[in-house]
Design a protein around this ligand. Structure first.
Ligand SMILES: [Zn+2]
Length: 214
């Protein structure tokens, strides 16, 4: 039932071959592989604050713990903030227990939700100076609690930027997928906000909007 509701609310996403002009505006200072360009631009269009940010989206053959991650390019952290560069790494393959598909074959809405979450991390990084970023990197390596906080922050940014339903769909895609390794699903369930938590946030946001607070 929830999924049906979600699909009803889900805005139609553009196809790869005909990217609308309004979306192309969000490609400034971004390097995006063509096969995922339309979906990445759709996610970016929810973050006007990142319009000038330098972000490179790269496919990786092997990633250890996650399907995607977002990091600043370390050498640029000492530069002025406007010269900072970020890199979102994307596993070239979506690996299931018994099979694998090229990542761009996952449904559009899931890709938009996933990228939307990674952009949430970049919003968090944008508010941090060099020392805070170094502290972030170290804490992320050693503290489960810190990872949990950072992941929740990224999700919250995505919800506040109108990507709530995409994020929920992405979570269901992972958590309800019988063909994904249990270790991976357990990690997501432990460290990330649950679909219900996200729906709760979306509801609160919509109430605020109705009351005219936003
Ligand atoms: Zn994350």
């Amino acid at each position: 039932m929830k999924l049906i509701l979600l699909l009803l609310f889900m805005p139609y996403s553009a196809k790869q071959d005909s990217i609308p002009k309004e979306l192309l505006l969000y490609g400034e200072n971004k390097q995006i592989p063509n096969v995922i360009k339309s979906n990445v631009l759709t996610a970016l269009s929810h973050y006007p604050e990142l319009k000038d940010a330098n972000i490179e989206f790269v496919f990786k053959q092997k990633m250890k713990k996650s399907i995607m991650d977002a990091q600043p390019v370390f050498a640029t952290l000492l530069k002025k903030k406007k010269n900072r560069k970020y890199r979102i790494r994307i596993s070239a393959l979506m690996t299931f227990t018994h099979t694998a598909i090229p990542i761009h074959q996952i449904p559009d809405s899931i890709m938009i939700g996933w990228i939307g979450h990674e952009l949430g991390h970049i919003m968090d990084y944008e508010q941090r100076n060099f020392f805070s970023m170094v502290g972030f990197g170290i804490s992320y390596l050693f503290s489960g609690k810190f990872i949990q906080k950072a992941e929740r922050t990224a999700d919250s940014f995505a919800v506040e930027h109108g990507l709530g339903y995409y994020i929920v769909e992405t979570k269901y895609y992972i958590l309800d997928n019988a063909d994904l390794p249990q270790v991976y699903k357990d990690r997501i369930a432990r460290l990330y906000l649950s679909p219900d938590d996200i729906l709760e946030q979306v509801k609160k946001l919509e109430e605020k909007k109705e009351e005219g607070e936003l």
